[in-house]
Design a protein around this ligand. Structure first.
Ligand code: ZN
Length: 272
């Protein structure tokens, strides 16, 4: 079994200081939180940025500042979001302009869905453009799967030459509007990904630990962080992003699943 790749998602687009007073929102805070998670064992950092008020943003300047600050501290693999921002008037191209910063990975949400109270829009045209832009920039997409058809869509994009195999899937289970974070759902999804793919799982809410444990046992990888969860356990807010990473590292030790270094994660994920 491959070593375990831990991704940290420090910030996301939706969590506010009301939900967690310590969530890192500004470039310096994000870089510091990524670095703490890296020291705890994370090999990949999934990055969102916010504007000065802490609202969702796809500002190229904010991404550049954040990426530079992280790169000054460590060589963690950077995975930049392409999810856009709630209510922002963005073109398709605005959502991947930051591929110019040469991250090694980017997220790619292969379908449209209700996401809480909003519509998370990812049209076929956008996905083709993003896939081609990522191929041209040498950036590996992480295919985020919130529901079954997201896999079918990704396989179709691969057939069209907009995605290069082997594919890397990130199952995001437990979002309101997507599939629930249950073991049955994860098993069902896993049966549909092509052999040779790599996969990781995000359990939102009470499914976080059970699905992480399944990934540890089944050869998958795990994403943790305050983008996905702000509670460490029921009624107990997490202290910081590193605390989530530390718990997965402890669990991995119990499962005798060594944690991948950044260099090992690059090999596992097929990054150049
Ligand atoms: Zn994200």
């Amino acid at each position: 079994m491959e070593k375990l790749v831990i991704t940290v998602a420090t910030t996301g687009a939706v969590t506010s200081r009301k939900e967690h007073p310590e969530i890192p929102l500004h470039p310096g805070e994000i870089a510091e939180s990524v670095y703490e998670a890296y020291r705890a064992g994370a090999a990949v950092a999934h990055i969102h940025v916010r504007d000065d008020a802490g609202d969702p943003s796809m500002s190229l300047d904010k991404f550049r500042e954040t990426v530079e600050l992280v790169r000054e501290k460590c060589d963690i693999i950077l995975n930049l979001t392409t999810s856009g921002g709630r209510g922002l008037p963005l073109t398709d191209e605005d959502r991947f302009a930051h591929l110019a910063l040469k991250p090694e990975m980017c997220s790619m949400d292969c379908g449209t869905m209700n996401f809480g109270e909003r519509i998370f829009s990812n049209s076929p045209q956008f996905l083709r453009k993003l896939g081609k832009a990522a191929l041209a920039a040498g950036v590996k997409p992480e295919i985020e799967v919130f529901d079954t058809a997201f896999i079918t869509n990704a396989l179709r994009l691969a057939q069209e030459g907009c995605l290069a195999e082997p594919l890397h899937f990130q199952f995001v289970l437990g979002v309101r509007g997507g599939m629930d974070a249950t073991p049955e759902n994860l098993l069902f999804l896993l049966r549909q990904v092509p052999a040779g793919s790599t996969w990781s799982v995000i359990g939102i809410g009470k499914g976080h630990l059970p699905l992480s444990a399944m990934a540890l046992h089944m050869g998958g990888h795990v994403r943790v962080g305050m983008e996905d969860n702000v509670l460490y356990r029921r009624r107990t807010p997490v202290k910081n992003n590193a605390q989530f990473v530390e718990r997965i590292v402890r669990l991995a030790e119990e499962f005798e699943r060594p944690v991948a270094t950044v260099a090992e994660a690059r090999k596992i994920l097929g990054l150049a």
